[in-house]
Write a new protein. Structure first.
Length: 278
């Protein structure tokens, strides 16, 4: 029985971590001009995992105070998804991003806002997946569903928040507050919108399909924002300069090899000529 329990725990951890790892590698490779210290990315992921604790605690308090759940009523569902769940979770992630990472010296280019926001959110999504999988009678179905819904959704919300946080860090003072609030507001709205249509269980299935369409559109838009932040990096010229140096070195090395081959060929021809003369 103990072996089965250990195997189940390892299985759940692996299933929860797989989609998180995929999105983490994607954003890590996208930060190609001046990559962040790996230790700080792991710290962001770990803190993101821990942030689910206060988020759940606050959500439970709000649900008890307001007296709302996922009931067949659009008004209570809207309050629950937009204010209780979405606002609480995104505020927890935003607070960590703003207090811990935003002012750090290594937050050195606009895409860093996305990188750290994504790592925080992936940590949150990982912890959330563990909770769902531990309580699920069908681990595989739940893991597959969350791999294509909840994890990409948290990734999208993080990109929206992180993009504007990154822009705020490198603009003039008068625009910073507006951009920071815009990023937070967009993350809260998209999170609430997605949950609202997904959790309306009393409506026809076509109603919930809106969430999946929104998820796909959000993913496309998030990738566009990542590419935009990447192009704004102050290290683009440095990266191109280093690549040009590498190409020049490679070209010089190839020319050197070619000259050595020519010299070797001439020596062989000279030796063959001597042998014939003798």
């Amino acid at each position: 029985m103990r072996k089965v329990t250990k195997f189940r725990c390892m299985l759940i951890a692996s299933l929860a971590f797989a989609p998180v790892l995929a999105f983490g590698l994607f954003i890590y490779l996208k930060d190609k001009y001046y990559r962040e210290p790996l230790i700080w990315l792991l710290i962001a992921f770990g803190v993101g995992c821990l942030s689910i604790g206060p988020a759940i605690f606050i959500e439970r308090i709000l649900e008890n105070r307001v007296g709302l759940g996922i009931s067949p009523n659009f008004g209570s569902l809207a309050i629950n998804t937009f204010l209780v769940v979405s606002l609480t979770e995104e505020l927890c992630k935003f607070a960590i991003l703003r207090i811990v990472f935003y002012r750090k010296r290594f937050f050195s280019e606009p895409i860093n806002g996305i990188v750290y926001a994504v790592m925080l959110s992936l940590g949150f999504a990982f912890a959330e997946s563990l909770i769902y999988l531990l309580g699920s009678p069908n681990v595989y179905a739940t893991a597959i569903m969350r791999s294509f819904t909840a994890v990409p959704a948290h990734f999208i919300f993080a990109v929206f928040m992180g993009y504007y946080m990154g822009q705020a860090k490198f603009t003039y003072q008068a625009r910073r507050t507006m951009l920071v609030l815009l990023g937070l507001g967009l993350a809260v709205f998209t999170h609430g919108f997605y949950d609202f249509f997904l959790l309306a269980w009393w409506m026809p299935a076509s109603f919930q399909i809106i969430s999946f369409g929104f998820l796909f559109a959000g993913l496309v838009f998030a990738i566009l924002l990542i590419n935009s932040a990447q192009r704004r990096s102050p290290f683009v010229k440095r990266h191109k300069w280093l690549k040009n140096i590498e190409k020049a070195k490679e070209k010089d090395f190839q020319e050197y090899l070619a000259s050595q081959k020519d010299q070797l060929k001439k020596r062989r021809e000279g030796l063959n000529g001597r042998d014939v003369a003798e």
